[in-house]
Write a protein that binds this ligand. Sequence first.
Ligand SMILES: Nc1ncnc2c1ncn2[C@@H]1O[C@H](COP(=O)(O)OP(=O)(O)OP(=O)(O)O)[C@@H](O)[C@H]1O
Ligand SMILES: [Mg+2]
Length: 256
Amino acid sequence: MGTEENISSFYNNENVIEISHLKKSFDTNLVLKDISMTVKKGENVVVLGKSGIGKSVLIKCIVRLIQPDEGSIKVFGEEVTTMKPNELNELRTKIGFIFQGNALYDSMTVRENLEFPLRRNKVIKDPKLIDELIHEALENVGLLDTMDKMPAELSGGMKKRIGLARTLILRPEIILYDEPTTGLDPLTSREISNLIVEIQTKYKASSIVITHDLNCAKITSNRMLILQDGVFIAKGTFNELKNSENDWVKSYFKIE
Ligand SMILES: Nc1ncnc2c1ncn2[C@@H]1O[C@H](COP(=O)(O)OP(=O)(O)OP(=O)(O)O)[C@@H](O)[C@H]1O
Ligand SMILES: [Mg+2]
């Protein structure tokens, strides 16, 4: 399909992400067997699944940090699996990736951490505008007073927030959250989950939220998918899945 056809089909269905029959193995380890899913514009889709099941592999395939074996991944209507390096770089400026763990640079202050994506992408050079963006990003996550602190001086929850602020500074249209609440106490987890919803509303961002935290799933999801043995075994809203009669699905909700 040509680019124009891609763009027109994208605007017709408004799927910002469209994955079909994705497969990925590592040697004999079949991680993703047959994955199909969509994310519509402005939607938060939660992928729930046990540890080691392939959740991180799935979202890494979307930005080609991992090369899939088979299948199609379209983002804004463009095929990602065959993108050239320059197209991929362009795409990655539109996708924010919140890594599992916070991945802040320990030797940089909070301000320098936030400046980093702006410098790397050379999108904004005006120092005054950079200051404004850093200010706004920190205000969004309620941590304006940490601007000159080092990551080592922050709590786990604060680091997660700064990680979010750093991703938001480039105003990504898509955000991929990998376990945004892991390792946090229930109250802080709830705050981060609420923040994810605020970001969705304020920036009209579309997101995939990877989690095994049911409360986070409940707060952030418009739709949910459960990953098990390389395929999605269930799809639906949080309440639909919570009331499911399927034993596998039930087992996810028992741990609440
Ligand atoms: N780069 C890689 N090379 C080889 N195997 C990998 C690689 N990345 C992931 N795997 C394997 O793929 C499987 C799924 O890993 P993945 O990190 O996606 O799990 P996960 O669902 O994100 O788990 P968790 O909830 O613990 O983060 C695991 O068996 C893992 O060992
Ligand atoms: Mg993971």
